[in-house]
Design a protein around this ligand. Sequence first.
Ligand code: TZP
Ligand code: MG
Length: 210
Amino acid sequence: MRDFSLYAITGEAFHPGRDIAEVMEEAICGGVDMVQLRDKTSSKQQVLEKAYALKKVTDAYGVPLIINDHIDVALAVDADGVHVGQNDLPLADVRRIVGSEKIIGVSTHALSEAIAAEKGGANYIGVGPIFPTNSKVDVVAPVTTAYIREVVQHVNIPFVAIGGINVENVAEVISAGAKRISVISAIAGAKDVKAATSALKAALKGARTP
Ligand code: TZP
Ligand code: MG
């Protein structure tokens, strides 16, 4: 898996009336280096259509596309990978379905889950929510940046910090040891998506430089 640092997750509710592929194109132009289609409300058919539209854009810019939940859609559009949660199919079965070449990301909220995901062959894990977030309905309590320090000590695969991260608090996340962040609202909810993404990427880079 090619490394990434700013991972945008789609959040259509944040930009009503705007096209998802267009918004993600602006995000990529602002510096996003991985995109996830996350849609918990549309029909399978609609998710498939969005995935095809996003794939066109991500392919044009050479950015990986990951599909949340819908493994069949990921395979249909030949996405780069899938992202699954703790209540989706077991990791071993996801790997059997997608094969060895696809990226598998797993959401984790506790060290036991993070270690299990690494052992099970995940390519990266999501670690969060770091801060309170309004973007996820069934969200667990924030794990805080202290938890990032624990993950750094016990997990060897790439991890991405997620949940309530924005241009103001990204430095705190990076100084706790995260190298990669994932956001929904800080990008999808921005008035000027490209400018907000550039600012976030600059803050991320600035925080990463010792
Ligand atoms: N998983 C943990 S927090 C979260 C997900 C999908 C939502 C992140 O959204 P935001 O707007 O960046 O807080
Ligand atoms: Mg899921």
